[in-house]
Design a protein around this ligand. Sequence first.
Ligand SMILES: *Cc1c(COP(=O)(O)O)cnc(C)c1O
Length: 229
Amino acid sequence: MITYEQFLENNQRVQERFWAACEAAGRKSSDVQIMPVTKTHPVDAAVYAAQAGYVAVGENRVQEALDKIADGKAPIRWELIGHLQSNKAKVAAEKFDRVQSVDSVKLLQRLNAAAECCGRRLPILLQVNAGNDPAKYGLAVEATPGVLEHALELEYLQVDGLMTIAPLSDDADVAVRCFMRLRELRDQLASKFGVALPELSMGMSGDLEAAVASGSTLLRVGSAFFGAR
Ligand SMILES: *Cc1c(COP(=O)(O)O)cnc(C)c1O
């Protein structure tokens, strides 16, 4: 695990890339949030993030995150960005501040029932496989309107927007196409259903510039902060 000083150096580099990307895209940096991804690292990674002023961290696996949340050391919001099995929906709805990886009607129903039980309205994002990558989870673009329609009927869920992961590729245009597709889908869905869907969670360490240029509101950045996993 890196030291806090090393983290601050990495943070400086991430911030510089981020500012340059916002400037190049003509976007206000306050319209885009950076969420450090602390998966595989000890809870101290989330403590660092909180100390540096970040408000939320992303975690990939439910059990790993639950241990860190239970530790109580990091005063920060916890968001689930990894695949969620429906048998873990209950504990996820209880413990996470938001679930970004919702990709089925079954999961929606489980999360809604669990959120009702613990007396909260759970913020979620629908994960879309906007890059059409067979190696990725997420809803097919064509399936998303139907699933969103369902989600909007559920009283204990609040749909903040959409999330995607770009396919791994040496060609930077692959990520741009994926991100533009997610943004267009969001615009279509927002007008079709008359909802805002403000959050577009897209962009990671390797493609944050493309994501900012394509309208991302939330960058999920792991290795650029904490080193290779
Ligand atoms: C691990 C992960 C990230 C961060 O990836 P880096 O390339 O390390 O920045 C972002 N989003 C999801 C869904 C992840 O699983």
